[in-house]
Design a protein around this ligand. Sequence first.
Ligand code: NDP
Length: 458
Amino acid sequence: MLDANAQSYDYDLFVIGAGSGGVRSARVAAQTGAKVAIAEEDRYGGTCVIRGCVPKKLMVFASEYANTIADAQAYGWEASIGAFNWPQFQTKLHAELDRLEGVYQSVLKNNGVTSYNSRASLVDAHTVTLADGRQVTAKTILLAMGGRPIKPAITGSEFAITSNELFHLENLPKRLLIIGGGYIASEFSCVLNGMGVAVTQYYRGKQILRGFDDETRQHVASEMQANGVNLKLGMNAESLEKVNGQIKVHATDGQDYLFDQVMFATGRRPNTDDMGLEDIGITLGKKNEVVVDEFSQTVIPSVYAVGDVTNRANLTPVAIREGMAFVNTVFNNIPTKPDHELIPTAVFTQPEIGTVGISEEEASKLGKIDIYATSFKPMQSAFAGRDDKVLMKLIVCQKTDRVLGCHIVAPGAGEMIQLASIAVKMGATKADFNRTVAVHPTMSEEAVTMTKPVRSYP
Ligand code: NDP
């Protein structure tokens, strides 16, 4: 029987933003038989593919070859390395990003999703307007506009770049200042240092990577400094000035310093400006994020939001999970909350951090806790004469014996933590780790061979 009250819309779902969260949601919703459209004002793939994870990780690989060749010599190879050819790498990098963007576009097309290469904003709970003035209606609208880097409002900040522009520099600077102490600042300091740039990093606080386990932060910071990053803690830029093609930075220590390029990595802001969100009653939070409930639904029942625009955990795999949960809830009639507990993450500094669960500092406030930790020189780099050190650390609840946190600083820590996090997510105990046979000789075997706590709380 026809429902006399049923309204007809142009689409079942209209997605705004073709990044990781938006594309996954559009594709999976279309696979349920829904009529889906997506709007993207810039490039398909969003931050992760075009100006984030993917180009960054390729730059991490590029930056590691100088050490690899040096190690090869130590292992008996006749090998030498010349200068790093940034334009050559950059051409290949952008060709790869073009290829990936094409893959994203075809995924949408092959699943019957209509793409609008346009900005879209909201008119009402079921209507969006495109840049050319056309209006399109949908039963459900998904906001997946992501975020963008922000610069602090200091004099001369226009002379500095952000991570967005870094991938497009014609030449690498000789002397680069990176301001910030988060993921982006710390990763790019290491990458550019590895590419031969003289990198200085200012962080305004006491130690970089606030929020991570303190011992882990300390370990990475010392390794970064040992590798040549000029890390200045408790330091910030007060103003920037362009002088003879260079940038003069007036720093909080009262001194002026000259750099060829300055990059701010001082956080990101959700893309919610001029979207008509507040006009239709959608609530924005303190950081301009779209406020959603546990099902990613806004206060307007037909409008949902996933990914960085909601500023929950700003990570690609989390945006994808949020998108999948949204499709389950709305198109498969299976109400699903995205799970934000125990999200493993990696910071691609050199050495890398892989981490899941809580830090020693958080755990120490929770009750009786044992800390197992070991730091050692791994076989491969020690043989090559390098002083690099690895950190393996487990946070264990005395009462339940559960592993509440696992923190690794090591080459390949991102790969290691993915697997360790399965055990932690399953609720593995220290006894489970202990009864797992070590894989020898590896670095990660230390995760199952630590027998005595190094510290206990309280
Ligand atoms: P973060 O929010 O992680 O870090 C911002 C940094 O800038 C902090 O150190 C902050 O200091 C500092 N800062 C903020 N304002 C100022 C200011 N006015 N002057 C000086 N310093 C300032 O942002 P990022 O841009 O590094 O990264 C954004 C998000 O992107 C991350 O949180 C992460 O979710 C995601 N990401 C994930 C990656 C991965 O998975 N490997 C890689 C890159 C990004 P303070 O600590 O004092 O606040």
